[in-house]
Write a protein that binds this ligand. Structure first.
Ligand code: 5GP
Ligand code: MN
Length: 336
């Protein structure tokens, strides 16, 4: 644990109304859960803060308490700039490299605010003044819970905060099944139940509100898109932009698809490569020893965790697929 937090709840109270909470591009459940979770704790303590996301995020997160207060930078840049310029504290949650927040990174770099990083990814960049970082922790949400106990005042936690935090616990651990799940993760979940969180309700809101289009896309993906290479040790799948339009894909629809490749017996690395309008984006998941983050950093300008990482390419989809098949050869020694 790297912990250099010096501010107190009273310092934050003195900056009420001038606190920005932000998180990464295309925020996931942990990113939104940790951001809104911190927002609710501060709100309950009488401290005003503002969540700003660089981009939009999946519809299955729109039920989160406080969702209607979020400013989306790309949708309202003047407002976002004004808030960042006025900020005395900027909390950076669930990311550790300014490149993960697009052009907001430039504004933050030039701001006079105290930057506080709360995160669980490897190799944090040095852009913060205070940090609460535990590499390998299950989720940033678990860290917000710890941060609330250690540096704020946990008596201000309420059900709204709990629902946000519980969301990140389950989305980042695949419902408590990934190796990052510890007894502390489960204890955190139990404590959240004690303040009113109902796991079945959160699970239903996150996973049982699919659009038919999305399920049909999943059917198409499972039936047609997974290719096994490297003697069945690597599952590779991709979507063209034409396929995305055919299934009316919206933000969040392909979330979790990459895990299906990894569920195939013998597969140690699963890759999903998607031709988004602006970039070719990729997701990597692995079992055991294959270092997805190193692989992604070396070849695809990416990063993340050892067993879950992502990257991007400005090249064509076709060239990116060829590059993937070539680059994997130099990582064969990790494939048992
Ligand atoms: P996902 O595959 O769900 O988009 O991302 C998996 C993990 O990799 C997340 O922890 C995410 O923060 C990280 N990640 C995804 N894309 C990128 C990227 O382009 N750059 C970096 N540094 N990390 C990424
Ligand atoms: Mn996370």
């Amino acid at each position: 644990m790297q912990d250099t937090i010096v501010h107190t709840l009273e310092d934050l109270r003195a900056s009420s109304g001038k606190i920005v909470i932000t998180t990464h591009h295309k925020p996931d459940g942990d990113a939104m859960g940790s951001s809104l979770g911190l927002y609710h704790l501060l709100k309950n303590a009488g401290i005003d803060s503002q969540v700003i996301t660089p981009t939009d995020y999946a519809e299955f997160l729109h039920w989160l308490p406080g969702n209607d207060t979020v400013v989306v930078h790309e949708a309202d840049k003047p407002k976002s700039k004004e808030l960042i310029n006025a900020a005395e504290y900027i909390f950076c949650l669930d990311f550790n490299a300014l490149g993960r927040i697009n052009e907001m990174g430039d504004y933050i770099q030039h701001s006079d605010a105290k930057i506080v990083m709360i995160d669980h990814h490897q190799d944090p960049q040095d852009f913060d003044h205070e940090r609460f970082v535990e590499i390998g922790a299950s989720s940033t949400c678990e860290l917000i819970y710890k941060y609330a106990h250690k540096h704020l005042d946990a008596s201000y936690m309420n059900k709204d905060m709990g629902e946000c935090i519980y969301t990140g616990l389950i989305t980042d651990t695949g419902s408590f099944r990934f190796g990052s799940t510890t007894s502390s993760t489960i204890r955190t979940a139990a404590d959240l139940m004690d303040i009113g969180v109902v796991p079945a309700t959160i699970y239903n809101r996150l996973f049982d509100q699919n659009r038919l289009d999305r399920l049909q896309l999943l059917g198409y993906f499972l039936a047609n898109k997974i290719e096994l290479i490297e003697d069945g040790k690597v599952a590779l799948a991709h979507f063209t932009s034409e396929e995305l339009s055919r299934y009316n894909v919206i933000t969040g629809d392909t979330e979790g698809f990459v895990n299906y490749g990894l569920s195939i017996k013998g597969v140690q690395l699963s890759a999903l490569i998607i031709d988004r309008d602006y970039l070719v984006k990729m997701s990597f998941r692995s079992t055991d020893v294959f270092p997805c983050n190193e692989f992604s950093a070396e070849f695809f300008n990416g990063g993340g965790h050892k067993n879950a990482a992502g990257g991007a390419s400005e090249d064509s989809l076709e060239n990116t697929l060829t590059k993937f098949k070539e680059s994997i050869k130099s990582y064969r020694s990790y494939l048992a």
